[in-house]
Design a protein around this ligand. Structure first.
Ligand SMILES: N[C@@H](Cc1c[nH]cn1)C(=O)NCC(=O)O
Length: 418
Protein backbone atom coordinates (compact mmCIF):
# COMPACT_ATOMS: atom_id res chain seq x y z
CA UNK A 1 0.00 0.00 0.00
CA UNK A 2 2.72 2.48 1.00
CA UNK A 3 4.91 1.55 -2.00
CA UNK A 4 2.05 2.18 -4.44
CA UNK A 5 1.26 5.50 -2.74
CA UNK A 6 4.98 6.40 -2.64
CA UNK A 7 5.35 5.90 -6.40
CA UNK A 8 2.07 7.74 -7.07
CA UNK A 9 3.20 10.62 -4.89
CA UNK A 10 6.59 10.73 -6.64
CA UNK A 11 4.84 10.85 -10.04
CA UNK A 12 2.67 13.79 -8.89
CA UNK A 13 5.65 15.57 -7.28
CA UNK A 14 7.62 15.28 -10.52
CA UNK A 15 4.59 16.54 -12.50
CA UNK A 16 4.49 19.61 -10.23
CA UNK A 17 8.25 19.94 -10.80
CA UNK A 18 7.76 19.89 -14.60
CA UNK A 19 4.84 22.33 -14.49
CA UNK A 20 6.85 24.80 -12.37
CA UNK A 21 10.17 24.32 -14.14
CA UNK A 22 9.73 27.43 -16.28
CA UNK A 23 9.20 29.76 -13.31
CA UNK A 24 12.94 30.17 -12.70
CA UNK A 25 13.88 30.06 -16.39
CA UNK A 26 11.92 33.13 -17.50
CA UNK A 27 14.94 35.26 -18.36
CA UNK A 28 16.77 32.40 -20.09
CA UNK A 29 13.58 31.61 -22.08
CA UNK A 30 13.17 35.26 -23.15
CA UNK A 31 16.75 35.25 -24.49
CA UNK A 32 16.62 31.80 -26.09
CA UNK A 33 13.36 32.38 -28.00
CA UNK A 34 13.73 36.16 -28.28
CA UNK A 35 10.27 36.81 -26.83
CA UNK A 36 8.46 39.56 -24.89
CA UNK A 37 7.00 39.34 -21.38
CA UNK A 38 3.50 38.64 -22.68
CA UNK A 39 4.78 35.89 -25.00
CA UNK A 40 6.50 34.43 -21.95
CA UNK A 41 3.25 34.60 -19.95
CA UNK A 42 1.55 32.73 -22.82
CA UNK A 43 3.54 29.63 -21.83
CA UNK A 44 1.91 29.67 -18.35
CA UNK A 45 -1.57 30.43 -19.67
CA UNK A 46 -1.39 27.72 -22.32
CA UNK A 47 -0.25 25.19 -19.76
CA UNK A 48 -3.15 26.10 -17.42
CA UNK A 49 -5.65 26.08 -20.28
CA UNK A 50 -4.61 22.64 -21.48
CA UNK A 51 -4.49 21.30 -17.93
CA UNK A 52 -8.00 22.53 -17.10
CA UNK A 53 -9.45 21.49 -20.48
CA UNK A 54 -8.07 17.95 -20.16
CA UNK A 55 -9.59 17.19 -16.74
CA UNK A 56 -12.90 15.70 -17.89
CA UNK A 57 -11.41 13.50 -20.65
CA UNK A 58 -8.72 12.36 -18.21
CA UNK A 59 -11.31 11.46 -15.55
CA UNK A 60 -13.15 9.32 -18.11
CA UNK A 61 -9.88 7.71 -19.27
CA UNK A 62 -8.91 6.80 -15.70
CA UNK A 63 -12.34 5.24 -15.02
CA UNK A 64 -11.97 3.25 -18.26
CA UNK A 65 -8.28 2.22 -18.30
CA UNK A 66 -7.23 2.52 -14.65
CA UNK A 67 -4.68 4.73 -12.89
CA UNK A 68 -1.61 2.68 -13.80
CA UNK A 69 -1.94 2.95 -17.59
CA UNK A 70 -2.97 6.61 -17.63
CA UNK A 71 -0.26 7.60 -15.16
CA UNK A 72 2.35 5.80 -17.26
CA UNK A 73 1.17 7.66 -20.38
CA UNK A 74 1.31 10.98 -18.46
CA UNK A 75 4.83 10.35 -17.17
CA UNK A 76 6.14 9.44 -20.62
CA UNK A 77 4.36 12.43 -22.15
CA UNK A 78 5.94 14.79 -19.60
CA UNK A 79 9.40 13.35 -20.24
CA UNK A 80 8.96 13.66 -24.02
CA UNK A 81 7.61 17.21 -23.71
CA UNK A 82 10.52 18.34 -21.55
CA UNK A 83 12.97 16.74 -24.01
CA UNK A 84 11.31 18.67 -26.83
CA UNK A 85 11.50 21.88 -24.76
CA UNK A 86 15.20 21.14 -24.18
CA UNK A 87 16.03 21.09 -27.88
CA UNK A 88 13.43 23.60 -29.15
CA UNK A 89 14.99 26.71 -30.62
CA UNK A 90 11.89 28.44 -31.98
CA UNK A 91 8.95 29.94 -30.09
CA UNK A 92 6.25 27.83 -31.85
CA UNK A 93 8.09 24.60 -31.06
CA UNK A 94 8.54 25.71 -27.44
CA UNK A 95 4.79 26.47 -27.25
CA UNK A 96 4.05 22.97 -28.54
CA UNK A 97 6.38 21.51 -25.90
CA UNK A 98 4.66 23.47 -23.06
CA UNK A 99 1.25 22.36 -24.38
CA UNK A 100 2.40 18.75 -24.14
CA UNK A 101 3.68 19.43 -20.61
CA UNK A 102 0.12 20.58 -19.79
CA UNK A 103 -1.31 17.35 -21.26
CA UNK A 104 1.15 15.10 -19.39
CA UNK A 105 0.58 17.02 -16.16
CA UNK A 106 -3.20 16.68 -16.53
CA UNK A 107 -2.81 12.89 -16.77
CA UNK A 108 -1.27 12.40 -13.33
CA UNK A 109 -3.15 13.90 -10.36
CA UNK A 110 -6.53 12.20 -10.89
CA UNK A 111 -4.73 8.84 -11.15
CA UNK A 112 -3.08 9.33 -7.79
CA UNK A 113 -6.38 10.33 -6.15
CA UNK A 114 -7.96 7.15 -7.46
CA UNK A 115 -5.06 5.01 -6.24
CA UNK A 116 -5.45 6.53 -2.76
CA UNK A 117 -9.15 5.73 -2.58
CA UNK A 118 -8.60 2.17 -3.92
CA UNK A 119 -5.75 1.33 -1.56
CA UNK A 120 -6.53 3.08 1.74
CA UNK A 121 -9.41 2.49 4.17
CA UNK A 122 -12.14 5.16 3.72
CA UNK A 123 -11.38 6.86 7.05
CA UNK A 124 -7.76 7.42 6.05
CA UNK A 125 -8.49 8.76 2.56
CA UNK A 126 -9.01 12.46 3.51
CA UNK A 127 -5.67 12.64 5.33
CA UNK A 128 -3.69 10.69 2.70
CA UNK A 129 -5.26 12.82 -0.07
CA UNK A 130 -4.20 16.01 1.73
CA UNK A 131 -0.71 14.62 2.31
CA UNK A 132 -0.48 13.82 -1.41
CA UNK A 133 -1.49 17.37 -2.40
CA UNK A 134 0.78 18.92 0.20
CA UNK A 135 3.90 16.82 -0.39
CA UNK A 136 3.44 17.16 -4.15
CA UNK A 137 4.07 20.89 -3.82
CA UNK A 138 7.68 20.06 -2.85
CA UNK A 139 8.06 19.58 -6.62
CA UNK A 140 7.70 23.36 -7.01
CA UNK A 141 10.55 23.94 -4.56
CA UNK A 142 12.53 21.26 -6.40
CA UNK A 143 11.93 23.13 -9.63
CA UNK A 144 13.20 26.40 -8.15
CA UNK A 145 16.47 25.37 -6.54
CA UNK A 146 17.94 22.52 -8.70
CA UNK A 147 16.69 24.04 -11.96
CA UNK A 148 18.30 27.41 -11.17
CA UNK A 149 21.53 25.55 -10.43
CA UNK A 150 21.30 23.30 -13.50
CA UNK A 151 20.50 26.19 -15.85
CA UNK A 152 23.44 28.23 -14.52
CA UNK A 153 25.89 25.30 -14.50
CA UNK A 154 24.99 23.25 -17.59
CA UNK A 155 22.77 25.50 -19.67
CA UNK A 156 19.26 25.17 -21.13
CA UNK A 157 19.45 21.92 -23.13
CA UNK A 158 21.20 19.82 -20.48
CA UNK A 159 19.01 21.16 -17.65
CA UNK A 160 15.75 20.33 -19.42
CA UNK A 161 17.07 16.98 -20.75
CA UNK A 162 17.99 16.12 -17.14
CA UNK A 163 14.38 16.86 -16.12
CA UNK A 164 13.18 14.57 -18.93
CA UNK A 165 15.41 11.69 -17.77
CA UNK A 166 13.98 12.01 -14.24
CA UNK A 167 10.52 11.34 -15.71
CA UNK A 168 11.65 8.28 -17.64
CA UNK A 169 13.04 6.68 -14.48
CA UNK A 170 9.63 7.07 -12.85
CA UNK A 171 7.99 5.26 -15.75
CA UNK A 172 9.98 2.15 -14.78
CA UNK A 173 8.88 2.54 -11.13
CA UNK A 174 5.21 2.67 -12.24
CA UNK A 175 5.60 -0.48 -14.35
CA UNK A 176 7.22 -2.38 -11.51
CA UNK A 177 5.38 -1.15 -8.41
CA UNK A 178 1.94 0.25 -9.20
CA UNK A 179 -1.18 -1.89 -9.17
CA UNK A 180 -4.55 -0.22 -9.73
CA UNK A 181 -5.99 -1.84 -6.62
CA UNK A 182 -5.21 -4.64 -4.14
CA UNK A 183 -7.33 -6.86 -6.46
CA UNK A 184 -5.32 -6.41 -9.61
CA UNK A 185 -2.55 -4.79 -11.62
CA UNK A 186 -4.84 -3.25 -14.24
CA UNK A 187 -8.44 -2.46 -13.35
CA UNK A 188 -10.38 -1.67 -16.51
CA UNK A 189 -13.85 -0.10 -16.45
CA UNK A 190 -16.56 -0.95 -19.02
CA UNK A 191 -16.02 0.12 -22.66
CA UNK A 192 -17.18 3.67 -23.11
CA UNK A 193 -19.43 4.85 -25.88
CA UNK A 194 -20.37 8.53 -26.26
CA UNK A 195 -23.67 7.72 -24.59
CA UNK A 196 -22.00 5.99 -21.64
CA UNK A 197 -19.58 8.88 -21.20
CA UNK A 198 -22.43 11.36 -21.23
CA UNK A 199 -24.27 9.27 -18.70
CA UNK A 200 -21.27 9.00 -16.35
CA UNK A 201 -20.63 12.73 -16.47
CA UNK A 202 -24.24 13.75 -16.08
CA UNK A 203 -24.79 11.30 -13.20
CA UNK A 204 -21.75 12.75 -11.47
CA UNK A 205 -22.72 16.35 -12.13
CA UNK A 206 -26.31 15.71 -11.08
CA UNK A 207 -25.22 14.93 -7.53
CA UNK A 208 -25.18 18.16 -5.49
CA UNK A 209 -22.12 16.84 -3.62
CA UNK A 210 -20.08 16.87 -6.85
CA UNK A 211 -21.25 20.43 -7.58
CA UNK A 212 -20.44 21.50 -4.06
CA UNK A 213 -16.93 20.02 -4.51
CA UNK A 214 -16.62 21.86 -7.84
CA UNK A 215 -17.44 25.25 -6.30
CA UNK A 216 -15.22 24.59 -3.29
CA UNK A 217 -12.30 23.91 -5.62
CA UNK A 218 -13.25 26.94 -7.73
CA UNK A 219 -13.32 29.38 -4.78
CA UNK A 220 -10.31 28.37 -2.72
CA UNK A 221 -7.19 28.02 -4.85
CA UNK A 222 -7.15 30.77 -7.51
CA UNK A 223 -5.68 33.46 -5.29
CA UNK A 224 -2.63 31.39 -4.30
CA UNK A 225 -2.22 29.93 -7.82
CA UNK A 226 -2.21 33.36 -9.52
CA UNK A 227 0.26 34.69 -6.94
CA UNK A 228 2.62 31.73 -7.13
CA UNK A 229 2.52 31.13 -10.90
CA UNK A 230 2.81 34.68 -12.18
CA UNK A 231 1.63 37.77 -10.36
CA UNK A 232 2.84 37.41 -6.74
CA UNK A 233 6.31 38.75 -7.33
CA UNK A 234 5.35 41.83 -9.43
CA UNK A 235 2.45 42.61 -7.06
CA UNK A 236 4.63 42.52 -3.95
CA UNK A 237 7.52 44.45 -5.54
CA UNK A 238 5.73 47.03 -7.71
CA UNK A 239 2.36 47.15 -5.95
CA UNK A 240 3.48 46.94 -2.33
CA UNK A 241 7.04 48.30 -2.50
CA UNK A 242 8.87 45.23 -1.14
CA UNK A 243 12.44 44.37 -2.17
CA UNK A 244 13.00 41.36 -4.45
CA UNK A 245 14.35 39.43 -1.47
CA UNK A 246 11.35 40.19 0.73
CA UNK A 247 8.98 39.19 -2.10
CA UNK A 248 10.87 35.88 -2.55
CA UNK A 249 10.67 35.15 1.19
CA UNK A 250 6.94 35.91 1.27
CA UNK A 251 6.23 33.61 -1.68
CA UNK A 252 8.20 30.85 0.07
CA UNK A 253 6.15 31.48 3.22
CA UNK A 254 3.08 30.67 1.17
CA UNK A 255 4.49 27.18 0.56
CA UNK A 256 5.09 26.86 4.32
CA UNK A 257 1.38 27.66 4.87
CA UNK A 258 0.49 24.89 2.39
CA UNK A 259 2.76 22.38 4.12
CA UNK A 260 1.45 23.13 7.60
CA UNK A 261 -2.25 23.47 6.86
CA UNK A 262 -2.62 20.46 4.50
CA UNK A 263 -2.28 17.72 7.13
CA UNK A 264 -4.34 19.70 9.67
CA UNK A 265 -7.22 20.07 7.18
CA UNK A 266 -6.94 16.39 6.21
CA UNK A 267 -7.26 15.37 9.85
CA UNK A 268 -10.10 17.84 10.48
CA UNK A 269 -12.32 16.77 7.58
CA UNK A 270 -11.67 13.10 8.39
CA UNK A 271 -13.12 13.75 11.86
CA UNK A 272 -15.86 16.18 10.86
CA UNK A 273 -16.96 15.34 7.30
CA UNK A 274 -20.37 16.96 7.81
CA UNK A 275 -18.67 20.33 8.38
CA UNK A 276 -16.45 20.29 5.26
CA UNK A 277 -18.38 23.16 3.66
CA UNK A 278 -18.26 25.21 6.88
CA UNK A 279 -14.48 24.80 6.93
CA UNK A 280 -14.24 25.89 3.28
CA UNK A 281 -16.58 28.88 3.79
CA UNK A 282 -14.50 30.01 6.78
CA UNK A 283 -11.29 29.79 4.75
CA UNK A 284 -12.72 31.64 1.73
CA UNK A 285 -14.09 34.43 3.95
CA UNK A 286 -10.69 34.69 5.67
CA UNK A 287 -8.96 35.03 2.29
CA UNK A 288 -11.49 37.72 1.27
CA UNK A 289 -10.99 39.55 4.58
CA UNK A 290 -7.20 39.64 4.44
CA UNK A 291 -7.19 40.74 0.76
CA UNK A 292 -9.69 43.49 1.66
CA UNK A 293 -7.37 44.80 4.39
CA UNK A 294 -4.48 44.87 1.89
CA UNK A 295 -6.51 46.53 -0.86
CA UNK A 296 -8.14 49.25 1.28
CA UNK A 297 -4.95 50.05 3.18
CA UNK A 298 -3.96 53.61 2.32
CA UNK A 299 -0.65 53.31 0.41
CA UNK A 300 1.53 50.22 0.84
CA UNK A 301 0.28 47.65 3.38
CA UNK A 302 2.69 46.96 6.31
CA UNK A 303 4.84 43.83 6.14
CA UNK A 304 2.90 41.86 8.85
CA UNK A 305 -0.32 42.37 6.84
CA UNK A 306 1.38 41.05 3.69
CA UNK A 307 2.73 38.08 5.68
CA UNK A 308 -0.85 37.38 6.83
CA UNK A 309 -1.98 37.64 3.19
CA UNK A 310 0.41 34.99 1.84
CA UNK A 311 -0.22 32.67 4.80
CA UNK A 312 -4.02 32.84 4.54
CA UNK A 313 -4.07 32.70 0.71
CA UNK A 314 -1.69 29.71 0.91
CA UNK A 315 -4.24 27.74 2.98
CA UNK A 316 -6.56 27.99 -0.05
CA UNK A 317 -4.47 25.34 -1.91
CA UNK A 318 -5.03 22.55 0.64
CA UNK A 319 -8.61 23.79 1.20
CA UNK A 320 -9.34 23.09 -2.49
CA UNK A 321 -8.55 19.41 -1.85
CA UNK A 322 -11.68 19.24 0.34
CA UNK A 323 -13.63 19.48 -2.92
CA UNK A 324 -12.25 16.06 -3.97
CA UNK A 325 -13.50 14.56 -0.73
CA UNK A 326 -17.02 15.72 -1.62
CA UNK A 327 -16.57 14.02 -5.01
CA UNK A 328 -15.44 10.82 -3.29
CA UNK A 329 -18.35 10.57 -0.88
CA UNK A 330 -20.96 11.55 -3.49
CA UNK A 331 -20.05 9.09 -6.29
CA UNK A 332 -19.63 5.32 -6.63
CA UNK A 333 -16.02 4.22 -7.05
CA UNK A 334 -16.49 3.41 -10.79
CA UNK A 335 -17.00 7.07 -11.58
CA UNK A 336 -14.74 8.57 -8.95
CA UNK A 337 -12.08 9.71 -11.43
CA UNK A 338 -14.69 11.37 -13.66
CA UNK A 339 -16.05 13.26 -10.63
CA UNK A 340 -12.49 14.28 -9.62
CA UNK A 341 -11.86 15.53 -13.18
CA UNK A 342 -15.00 17.69 -13.07
CA UNK A 343 -13.95 19.13 -9.71
CA UNK A 344 -10.28 19.64 -10.59
CA UNK A 345 -11.01 21.77 -13.64
CA UNK A 346 -12.84 24.32 -11.48
CA UNK A 347 -9.92 25.79 -9.55
CA UNK A 348 -7.63 25.80 -12.58
CA UNK A 349 -10.26 27.50 -14.75
CA UNK A 350 -10.76 30.16 -12.06
CA UNK A 351 -6.96 30.58 -11.80
CA UNK A 352 -6.64 30.98 -15.56
CA UNK A 353 -9.45 33.58 -15.64
CA UNK A 354 -7.74 35.50 -12.83
CA UNK A 355 -4.25 35.35 -14.38
CA UNK A 356 -5.65 36.76 -17.64
CA UNK A 357 -7.91 39.32 -15.89
CA UNK A 358 -5.02 40.70 -13.83
CA UNK A 359 -2.89 41.10 -16.99
CA UNK A 360 -5.70 42.79 -18.93
CA UNK A 361 -6.60 45.18 -16.07
CA UNK A 362 -2.95 46.07 -15.45
CA UNK A 363 -2.55 46.98 -19.13
CA UNK A 364 -5.83 48.94 -19.07
CA UNK A 365 -4.83 50.97 -15.98
CA UNK A 366 -1.26 51.65 -17.19
CA UNK A 367 -0.68 54.42 -19.73
CA UNK A 368 0.71 53.55 -23.18
CA UNK A 369 2.62 50.30 -23.76
CA UNK A 370 4.51 50.56 -20.49
CA UNK A 371 4.80 47.59 -18.13
CA UNK A 372 5.73 49.89 -15.22
CA UNK A 373 2.50 48.98 -13.41
CA UNK A 374 1.53 51.30 -10.55
CA UNK A 375 0.23 50.33 -7.10
CA UNK A 376 -3.13 51.79 -8.17
CA UNK A 377 -3.22 49.52 -11.26
CA UNK A 378 -2.51 46.51 -9.02
CA UNK A 379 -5.33 47.56 -6.67
CA UNK A 380 -7.75 47.49 -9.60
CA UNK A 381 -6.36 44.23 -10.98
CA UNK A 382 -6.38 42.33 -7.68
CA UNK A 383 -9.94 43.53 -7.00
CA UNK A 384 -11.12 41.36 -9.90
CA UNK A 385 -10.95 38.48 -7.40
CA UNK A 386 -14.17 39.72 -5.76
CA UNK A 387 -16.15 38.63 -8.82
CA UNK A 388 -14.80 35.07 -8.52
CA UNK A 389 -15.24 34.96 -4.74
CA UNK A 390 -18.81 36.31 -5.10
CA UNK A 391 -19.80 33.60 -7.60
CA UNK A 392 -18.02 30.87 -5.63
CA UNK A 393 -19.48 31.78 -2.23
CA UNK A 394 -23.06 31.96 -3.53
CA UNK A 395 -22.69 28.58 -5.25
CA UNK A 396 -21.12 26.91 -2.21
CA UNK A 397 -23.96 28.22 -0.09
CA UNK A 398 -26.60 26.91 -2.55
CA UNK A 399 -25.09 23.46 -3.07
CA UNK A 400 -24.25 22.95 0.59
CA UNK A 401 -27.97 23.11 1.35
CA UNK A 402 -28.81 20.80 -1.54
CA UNK A 403 -26.04 18.33 -0.69
CA UNK A 404 -27.01 18.22 2.98
CA UNK A 405 -30.55 17.38 1.93
CA UNK A 406 -29.42 14.18 0.12
CA UNK A 407 -26.36 13.03 2.11
CA UNK A 408 -26.99 10.71 5.03
CA UNK A 409 -25.09 12.28 7.92
CA UNK A 410 -24.87 9.07 9.97
CA UNK A 411 -23.44 7.08 7.05
CA UNK A 412 -21.03 9.88 6.19
CA UNK A 413 -19.74 10.16 9.74
CA UNK A 414 -19.37 6.42 10.12
CA UNK A 415 -17.15 6.30 7.02
CA UNK A 416 -19.51 4.07 5.02
CA UNK A 417 -19.67 6.47 2.06
CA UNK A 418 -16.87 6.14 -0.49
N1 LIG B 1 -5.15 22.58 -5.04
C1 LIG B 1 -4.21 21.71 -5.64
C2 LIG B 1 -3.34 20.90 -4.76
C3 LIG B 1 -2.72 21.60 -3.58
C4 LIG B 1 -2.62 21.05 -2.37
N2 LIG B 1 -1.99 21.93 -1.62
C5 LIG B 1 -1.74 22.99 -2.35
N3 LIG B 1 -2.17 22.77 -3.55
C6 LIG B 1 -4.87 20.83 -6.69
O1 LIG B 1 -6.05 20.91 -6.94
N4 LIG B 1 -4.05 20.05 -7.33
C7 LIG B 1 -4.22 19.37 -8.55
C8 LIG B 1 -2.87 19.32 -9.21
O2 LIG B 1 -2.75 18.74 -10.31
O3 LIG B 1 -1.92 19.88 -8.65
Amino acid sequence: MLTVWGVGLAVYLVAVFHRSSLAVAGLAASERFDISASQLATFTMLQLLVYAGMQIPVGLLVDRFGSRSVMLAGTLMLAGAQALFAVAESYPLALLARTLVGVGDALTFICVLRLVSRWFPARRVPLVTQLTGTLGQVGAIGAAIPMTYALGRWGWTTAYLGAAVLGSVLAVAILVAVHDSPDGRNLRGPRMSWGAMRQTLSASWAHPGTRLGFWMHFSTQFSATALSLLWGYPFLVRGEGLSSRQAGVLLSLMIVAVMLSGPVLGWLIGRHPWHRSTIVLTIVWSIVAVWTVVLVWPGEAPLPVLVALVLVAGVGGPASMIGFDLGRTSNPVERLASASGIINQAGFTASLILVVAIGVILDWRTPGDSTAYTPEAFRWAMSSQYVLWGIGLVQIWRYRRKARAVIDRTQLESGVLA
